[in-house]
Design a protein around this ligand. Sequence first.
Ligand SMILES: [Zn+2]
Length: 123
Amino acid sequence: MASYESRLATFSHWPLDNIISREEVAQAGFFYTGDSDCTRCYCCGGGVRNWKREDNAWLEHARWFPCCALVQSTLSEELVDVVREMRKNNQKITTDSVNHELTRTQAKQNKDDQMDEMDTSRD
Ligand SMILES: [Zn+2]
């Protein structure tokens, strides 16, 4: 199941092509269990179901299984942190909301960096 093609092959009866494409779900490490819309990550073994139209497969992966080695090696640490934080705050996790949050975090970090520079220049 480590290859994208072998995972994609499990989606022959995927019922949700009009909700979320099998390609996107398989790309994010999941294979189809053949039961309802249950998918499972080949790497961490984590199961995701009840897929929705606004879902982003990678973000769902990071949301439920932030410790998955595949998630950690594919997504940036910053992104995984943002998703984790948003889940904690019960925020809706979509591509748009996560991008928004990521931009905000980066802007804040840049500001912090500038403050650091000001601190050092004073010495
Ligand atoms: Zn996983």
